[in-house]
Design a protein around this ligand. Sequence first.
Ligand code: S1T
Ligand code: MG
Length: 547
Amino acid sequence: MNLSQALLTALKDHGAREIFGIPGDFALGFFRQVEESGILPLYTLSHEPGVGFAADASARFNSRLGVAAVTYGAGALNMVNSVASAYAEKVPLVVISGAPGAGERRNGLLLHHQTKTLDSQLAMFREITCDQVVLDDPKRAPADIARVLRSCLTHSLPVYIELPRDLVTAPCAAVGMNPVPGYDRDALDACVRELLDRLRAAQAPMLMVGIEIKRFGIEEKVAKLARLLNLPVVTSFMGRGLLADADALLLGTYLGVAGAPDITHAVESSDALLMLGVILSDTNFGVSEQKIDMRKSILALDGRVTMGYHMYPNMPLEALVDGLLERAQRLRNVALESGGGVAPHVYPHGLQADEESIAPMDIARAVNDLMAESGRMPIASDIGDCLFTALDIENTALVAPGYYATMGYGVPAGLGLQAGDGQRPLILVGDGAFQMTGWELGNCQRYGWDPIVIVFNNCSWEMLRTFQPESGFNNLSDWHFADMAGPLGGQGYRVSTRRELGEALRQAHRTRGKFQLIEAMIPRGVLSDTLVRFVSGVRRLQQAPQQ
Ligand code: S1T
Ligand code: MG
């Protein structure tokens, strides 16, 4: 076995099921090993940001390792933003970068693709990964690879592997699997007892789920825990789409001042808010009507549990949930017996098939009508009003960088989702974001991918206009994206009325085998209901006296 085969076999043993990448001369040898070995399928895309987003989306959607392979310098550094996004949103992404060989590092010349020094790239990736290795010694490589891949899974964070091109076929022993880190059972029992005591003593306990329950693949366990405890459940903004296929009393998504008032009140007035895997970010909590009292809350995140003034370190989330499942009994709190007084959110249906212009809410209605007729679809969404609109679509699996908030994610993520799982995704993307990475759709024909893409074309950076309406630079021209779909191997529809939108979506859903691009023309200034509430809520909070 050679070093590349050992690495590829280890990636597969640790759960990876595909590689996304773009080669370069520093990576050609490794890519040849990938292709010849057939250990993992290789999908090449057109631009490294898209490679990173596709691998990220496959990792999120499938709760497993994602793999992005690139060349040194121009390739790897082109993907920094995607990896930073994966780090911020706790995605187990493995970055593999080709690199100069030992001999050329010593020849005294500055090498092409090199920036400051030959170690600068490693230094940059240290900031956006939890573990790193340069595989410059095949004897050490098996242990190093095992350590780094275990780190990736344990922390659900990106890792960086640099592979010198003169070693890709060096003989190498197989890579083992390091054990899952242990934890103190007694400490876990104490934590579980205190946590359940707090829920029993509360008047209105509530469960909020966040992205870590997806990253660690424990949605079903958490849904069972909610049922056993009789706890109402909400998702955080970033956790939108969680529990979509699980049997739990899911009320909806907490959005503070931008969300359903009854859900906002129930969360913010809860005297025992149990947050499992919820990132305390501004997008999750920045629009809280009243600050959530962390002294009454219970947070399990990053392998720690904090409740009140107590902190239990080294509490892996799955072990905690297993411990709670062992002891969980139906809670008899007053609020729960009356159902907490909060009804599950009702999503808009019934698109009017008329000649009116299209608003984002019409797209939500059209998608809800389609899914009611034909079954749910997983959604990959970009940043912009399309993501706020997604919150008015029935709860279905959703991948989106809701916290790091980078544009360009939607289209490559949809491709990564279909490559990694096979399901046909619905992609929601604004015109500004489509200008960045929408062209990756041209790769669908090589792999038989056929996503349905809805471009929210308001010819504008509309989210920015809502915060700074006086700036003319938010005006974008009309790119006529639908006209470009055919040459890229897909089918395009440019729609301006609600009737056209409904017809195009049904036709797109009936058409398989090539991507379907629906360019929905939306008048500038026409926003989703959620974005309107978000902007007015943020403004109100900014004007309110600081608490
Ligand atoms: N560049 C990247 C890579 N990501 C970003 N989030 C931004 C810039 C800043 C930014 C936004 S929202 C937005 C920009 C430029 C405009 C999005 O335009 P479009 O895709 O057409 O969507 P919509 O018209 O619905 O706004 C966030 C706030 O930082
Ligand atoms: Mg726009």
